[in-house]
Design a protein around this ligand. Structure first.
Ligand code: ADP
Ligand code: MG
Ligand code: MG
Length: 875
C-alpha cells in the first residue's frame, strides 16, 4: 500500500489515511486554492513505525525520497543546495484534530551553506539568519530534546548585551553570532554537533513527529476526548513560505464565524513580519483580522472570499491558518473550528436556515454533552482566572457564596437568605438538605460519581469533588489551601466546569436559553424515537423537568420524601416500633404526607406517566449516625445519667446494632424490605392510589406506574405486585373510582436480567436501574470504588471509561440486552426504559436506541441533553 501521497493525490475524504491536516491541504490544492506544495506520509506509516521498533522502513523511506524529488521538480528548488534551496515544514496531523498536542518543525533544510543561498535569493541576510536560528531552536526542541528555554535565555542575553529591546533590532551579524552560540548549546546538551545534512534533518524530524504521537500531552488529550491511541499521526512535508520577509509579509489565524458566540463574521488575528508560531506564542500581540483590510486591502479581500468559499465547501465553520509572503496569500491549514456550546447551537441552526445543512445534519453538529454549559450560570469569559485550588469538575456551573461546613448550617443560612457554599470532606445522604440549600458543594474527598457529585448534578448545582489540596478543619470551621486560610462565612466562587475554586466574588454570566437552542430541541423531538423522561422526586423538580421538555417521570424516588426533617421522627417511630400496632400507627401518620407528595407531582405532570419506585434504601439510613449516638450516650451517662432521653438513645443504639449490616449495598433493601415489611409498601401504594383517585375525581388524568426495586426472583415481584394490587382494589372500593395503573420492576441485579422472561410474567414494564446493575455486575461498590481504584483504572486504561458514567456495553450492556430480549419474548408489548445516571449520557443513550428501549430517564437538567442525544442516536 502507498505510504506517501502528494497533495494532488489526496482529498478531504482521506483523513484516515493522511490525517485531517493532510486531507484538507490536499482538498484545498484540489479546488485550486493557493497552498504551498507538499506531500503527506500516511498514518499507516506511523503505525508501521511503531510496529518496527520506531524505525522508518526502507519502503517508506524510498517513497519519501521519491515524493521529495517530485516536490523539488515542481518548485524548481532543491533541498540542501546553495543555489535556490528548498526549505520545508514537517507537520503533524492526526485523523482527529488535536490542536497543538504534537510537534511541528519549520524552516527545515537550513545549514551554513543553504542560509547563504537564501540570502542570495532574497537579498536579505537579516531575514535568512533569523530563519536559520529559528530552525535550530525548533529542531533542537522537537527532535533533539534540548529545551527552548536555553535558546531563549541566550537570545535575551545577546539582546541585552547589545542594548536592544526587541528582536527586529538584531542585525544579520548579531543573528550569526547567536547561531554559533546556539550550536554550542546543542553540542553541550547532546554531545553531538547540530546535524547539517538536510536529508538527515528530514528523517529525524519525521521520526520526532511520529514520536510526538505518544507524548504525555497527546495521550492525555486523547483520553479526555476518547480518541483511540492506536490510530497514529500522519506527517506533512510542505515547502515553506515566509511571513517574516518584511512588512509586506505576515501570518495569521482566522475563524469564519465567532467561535464563542457563533456570530457570522470573520474572527481572527494576524501579525506583520512574523512566522506561524509567533501568533500563538504570545510574545507579540497580534492585530485583529479586520485591521488587515487597511494594511493589505487586496490580500484581505482575497482572504475573506476564500474563507467564505471554504466554509461553504465544508459546510461548517472553518479555522484557517494563512501566511502572506511578499504580498501573496497562502493557505496553510483549514479545519472545522472548535467552538463553545452557544456557538455550536447558533451555527447549526443558522446553517440549517441558510439551507447549507439538513435538519439531521444540524442536529449532529452539536455535541450534547456541551449543552450542559448552556444550562448553568458561568464565569464571565472576560475574567482572568486566578484560582486558589483545583479539584474534579463534578457538576458544571458557577456559584458564589459564603463558606459553611455543615448541612445544618447551610440550611439555616439559606433560610436567612444567605447564599452559601457547602464545603465538606465528603457528603452522605444525610446532608441532602444542606446540598439543596447551598448554591454549590465542594468536597475534599470523593470522585465524579460520589454522592455529592451525583446529587448536585441531579439538581443542576455546581459541584467540585476530590479537591484534596483543600485541608478542612471542621472544628475551627476553616480550610487552608496553598498557605491561604478561608474561614467560616468568607466568600468564595467555584467553577464546576473546570473544578476551580476562587477567593471572593467573580463576575458571572447568566445562562441564555436562546431561541436557537429551543429550535434545535424541537427538531430533536421531531427526529427521535425514544421518549425522554426525568428523574424527579418532588413537584419542584417535576416542574423543572417539564420546562426542559420531559415527557414523564421515569424515576420518582420515595426515600427522599422520608428524609424530610419533619418526617424523620415519624419514620424512626415506624422503624423502632416493637409491634405491628405501633408500626401501623406510624405508617398511618406517614400516609397522608406521602399522598400529598404524589398529589403535587401528579398535578405538575398533568397526565404524563409517573413511575414511582417504592422504598429502596436500608432502614438504618433513616436513623442517626452510630458514632454520634455513642458520643451522646457517653456524655449523658457522665453528666446527667438520670436524663430520660438516655434510655431512648440506648434503645435507638440497640436498634441500630440490630439493623447493622456488613454490606448494606447487598443487604436488606429494595423489595427485600417490602417482603419483610409489606405494610410499608402497602402504605406507599395506598398513598399513590388515593392521590390518583382524588385527582381523577377532579377530572384529571393520572398515570401512576408503580415500580418494585431490586427484584432478583420472579416470586419477589409476584408477592409485591399482590400487595400493590390489593391496595389498589381497596382504594377503588373505598373511593368508587377506577384507577388505571401499571406495576413493573427495576432490572438492577444480574439475575433479574438473566431471568427476565419469568419476571416479565409479573411485570408491565422494566426500568433498567443501571447504577445498581453496574455495581452488581462488576461487583464494585459505587461509594468506594472511585476513590480507591476506579480513577486509577481509567487513568491507566484498564477500563475505557468509568462504568458508572458511561454504560459498559460489553458486560452491563449485555445484561440489558438479555433483559429486553427475554422480557419481550414473554410480553411483546413490555415497556422498557433506563433510569440510571446513564440515562443522561449520550454514549449510553446511543446504546439504548440500539437496544430498542422505549425511553430514557435522567435528571431534569440533563433532559435537553438526552433529547438531542436520542435524536442523534436515531439518525
Ligand atoms: P499545529 O498543528 O500545532 O497548528 P502546524 O503544523 O499547523 O501545527 O504548524 C504551526 C504553524 O506553522 C502554522 O500555523 C503555520 O503558520 C506555520 N507553518 C507550517 N507549515 C508552514 C509552511 N510550509 N510555510 C509557512 N509556515 C508554515
Ligand atoms: Mg495548525
Ligand atoms: Mg437501585
Amino acid at each position: 500500500k502507498q505510504a506517501v501521497y502528494m497533495f494532488e493525490e489526496g482529498n478531504q475524504n482521506m483523513r484516515e489515511i493522511i490525517g485531517g491536516k493532510g486531507a484538507n491541504l490536499a482538498e484545498m490544492t484540489r479546488i485550486g486554492l493557493p497552498v504551498p506544495e507538499g506531500f503527506t506520509v500516511s498514518t499507516a506509516a506511523c503505525r508501521d513505525y511503531y510496529d518496527n521498533k520506531q524505525e522508518l522502513s526502507v519502503k517508506v523511506k524510498k517513497e519519501l525520497f521519491s515524493a521529495l524529488e517530485k516536490l523539488e521538480a515542481k518548485t524548481g528548488k532543491k533541498l540542501g543546495t546553495v543555489n535556490n534551496p528548498l526549505f520545508v515544514s514537517v507537520r503533524s496531523g492526526a485523523v482527529h484534530s488535536m490542536p497543538g498536542m504534537m510537534d511541528t518543525v519549520l524552516n527545515l533544510g537550513m545549514n551554513d551553506e543553504t542560509v547563504e543561498g537564501m540570502t542570495k535569493l532574497t537579498g536579505n541576510a537579516r531575514f535568512s539568519y533569523d530563519s536559520y536560528r529559528r530552525f535550530i531552536q525548533m529542531f533542537s526542541d522537537v527532535v533533539l530534546g534540548v529545551e527552548n528555554y536555553f535558546f531563549e535565555r541566550e537570545l535575551t542575553r545577546t539582546r541585552e548585551a547589545k542594548g536592544y529591546t526587541s528582536d527586529p533590532e538584531m542585525t544579520a551579524e548579531d543573528w550569526k553570532e547567536l547561531i554559533s552560540k546556539y550550536k554550542d548549546i546543542v553540542l553541550d546538551h547532546t554531545g553531538e554537533s547540530f546535524p547539517v545534512d538536510p536529508h538527515r534533518q528530514l528523517l529525524l524530524s519525521i521520526e520526532a513527529v511520529f514520536d510526538s504521537w505518544n507524548n504525555d500531552r497527546a495521550r492525555i488529550y486523547r483520553r479526555l476526548n476518547k480518541i483511540p491511541h492506536d490510530l497514529g499521526t500522519a506527517v506533512t512535508i510542505q515547502s515553506m513560505v515566509f511571513g517574516n520577509m518584511g512588512d509586506d509579509s505576515g501570518t495569521g489565524v482566522a475563524f469564519t464565524r465567532d467561535p464563542s458566540s457563533g456570530e457570522s463574521l470573520l474572527y481572527g488575528e494576524y501579525l506583520i513580519n512574523a512566522q506561524g508560531e509567533d501568533v500563538v506564542a504570545g510574545t507579540r500581540t497580534p492585530q485583529p483580522i479586520a485591521a488587515l483590510k487597511e494594511v493589505m486591502p487586496d490580500v484581505f479581500e482575497q482572504f475573506s472570499t476564500t474563507c467564505q468559499r471554504l466554509e461553504k465547501h465544508y459546510g461548517d465553520m472553518q479555522d484557517i491558518e494563512f501566511t502572506v509572503e511578499k504580498g501573496k496569500l497562502y493557505l496553510l491549514q483549514t479545519r472545522n473550528g472548535k467552538r463553545t456550546a452557544q456557538a455550536a447551537v447558533k451555527i447549526a441552526v443558522d446553517m440549517k436556515k441558510d439551507g447549507v445543512l439538513s435538519k439531521e445534519q444540524a442536529l449532529q453538529r452539536v455535541n450534547p454533552d456541551q449543552l450542559n454549559q448552556l444550562l448553568h450560570r458561568r464565569i464571565d469569559e472576560k475574567y482572568v482566572r486566578n484560582s486558589l485550588v483545583k479539584g474534579l469538575p463534578a457538576s458544571p456551573g458557577a456559584a458564589t457564596g459564603k463558606v459553611v461546613f455543615t448541612a445544618d448550617d447551610a440550611e439555616q443560612c439559606a433560610k436567612n437568605g444567605e447564599k452559601v457554599i457547602l464545603v465538606r470532606p465528603e457528603t452522605t445522604p444525610d446532608d441532602i438538605h444542606g446540598i439543596i440549600a447551598a448554591e454549590a458543594v465542594v468536597t475534599s474527598r470523593g470522585g465524579m460519581t460520589s454522592h455529592a457529585a451525583v446529587v448536585a448534578r441531579g439538581m443542576g448545582k455546581a459541584c467540585i469533588c476530590g479537591c484534596d489540596g483543600l485541608k478542612i478543619n471542621l472544628e475551627d470551621r476553616q480550610f487552608s489551601v496553598n498557605g491561604d486560610t478561608i474561614n467560616y462565612f468568607d466568600t468564595i466562587t467555584i467553577d464546576g466546569s473546570t473544578g476551580e475554586v476562587f477567593k471572593g466574588e467573580v463576575p458571572m454570566m447568566e445562562p441564555e436559553l436562546s431561541g436557537e437552542f429551543q429550535e434545535l430541541l424541537t427538531w430533536a423531538d421531531e427526529t427521535r424515537r425514544m421518549g425522554v423522561r426525568s428523574n424527579a422526586d418532588n413537584p419542584h423538580d417535576a416542574a423543572k423537568s417539564r420546562d426542559f421538555g420531559a415527557e414523564g417521570i421515569g424515576l420518582c424516588r420515595t426515600e427522599h420524601m422520608f428524609m424530610d426533617p419533619e418526617r424523620v421522627p415519624i419514620v424512626q417511630d415506624m422503624i423502632l416500633a416493637d409491634n405491628q400496632t405501633d408500626r401501623e400507627k406510624a405508617l398511618e401518620k406517614l400516609l397522608p404526607m406521602q399522598q400529598e407528595d404524589f398529589t403535587g407531582i401528579f398535578t405538575e405532570m398533568a397526565g404524563l406517566p409517573v413511575t414511582i419506585r417504592l422504598l429502596d434504601p436500608p432502614l438504618h439510613e433513616f436513623l442517626p449516625d452510630k458514632e454520634e449516638l455513642l458520643v451522646d450516650i457517653t456524655t449523658l451517662q457522665l453528666t446527667t445519667p438520670e436524663a430520660p432521653e438516655l434510655k431512648e438513645k440506648q434503645k435507638l443504639l440497640r436498634k441500630l446494632r440490630e439493623l447493622d449490616e456488613f454490606n448494606p449495598m447487598l443487604g436488606h433493601r429494595g423489595c427485600r424490605l417490602g417482603m419483610t415489611h409489606p405494610e410499608i409498601y402497602e402504605m406507599q401504594a395506598k398513598a399513590i392510589f388515593y392521590a390518583a383517585a382524588h385527582l381523577a375525581g377532579q377530572g384529571n388524568t393520572v398515570k401512576p406506574e408503580v415500580m418494585i426495586p431490586l427484584v432478583g426472583h420472579v416470586n419477589e415481584l409476584k408477592a409485591m405486585r399482590k400487595v400493590v394490587d390489593e391496595a389498589a382494589a381497596l382504594v377503588q372500593k373505598e373511593t368508587g373510582r377506577e384507577i388505571t395503573y401499571t406495576v413493573g420492576t427495576m432490572i438492577e441485579v444480574p439475575r433479574a436480567a438473566l431471568t427476565a422472561d419469568e419476571i416479565a410474567e409479573e411485570a408491565d414494564f422494566f426500568s433498567f436501574g443501571t447504577n445498581d446493575l453496574t455495581q452488581t455486575t462488576f461487583g464494585y461498590s459505587r461509594d468506594d470504588a472511585e476513590s480507591k481504584f476506579l480513577s486509577r483504572y481509567v487513568d491507566t486504561e484498564v477500563l475505557e471509561a468509568n462504568p458508572f458514567m458511561q454504560l459498559d456495553r460489553k458486560g452491563v450492556g449485555k445484561l440489558v440486552e438479555s433483559g429486553v430480549q427475554l422480557g419481550r419474548k414473554t410480553k411483546l408489548q413490555l415497556k422498557t426504559g433506563i433510569c440510571g445516571e446513564h440515562g443522561g449520557d449520550p454514549h449510553s443513550i446511543q446504546f439504548c436506541e440500539q437496544q430498542g428501549l422505549d425511553y430514557v430517564s435522567c435528571s431534569p437538567f440533563r433532559v435537553p441533553v438526552a433529547r438531542l442525544a436520542a435524536a442523534q442516536a436515531a439518525i
